[in-house]
Design a protein. Structure first.
Length: 113
């Protein structure tokens, strides 16, 4: 998995690309989030438009980084999740845990409100 980082004001957007599975993408995501938290970034938006696949390990990793951000007083939200990933989160009853958006501007604005 590849992670491209960009800033939109106080919000850090991570554009993710590839797969989030055990051994592929999970450690990269965790390390990226930990680095942001250590640097004082607390508003994080994960753009998942280019995530081709995510398995149950990926779901676990997503939940883990969400909990990590939350425990540091931050907010983590999802952008552009595919139907398959949305279904996976719904099946695991985790969809309600995450705030998710299909429009980047609405997602960015949600950090302010």
């Amino acid at each position: 998995m590849k992670v491209h980082q960009r800033q939109e004001g106080e919000i850090t957007v991570l554009d993710l690309e590839g797969r989030i599975t055990i051994g592929e993408g999970d450690v990269i995501l965790r390390d990226s989030i930990q680095g942001l938290l250590q640097s004082g970034h607390q508003k994080i938006l994960l753009n998942m438009a280019r995530i081709a696949y995510m398995d149950s390990s990926g779901v676990g990793e997503l939940l883990g980084v969400f909990q990590s951000v939350t425990s540091h007083g931050g907010k983590l939200k999802l952008l552009n999740i595919s139907t398959k990933i949305k279904d996976l989160l719904q099946i695991t009853q985790l969809l309600s845990v995450f705030e998710y958006f299909n429009d980047e501007q609405k997602a960015l604005n949600s950090f302010v409100s």
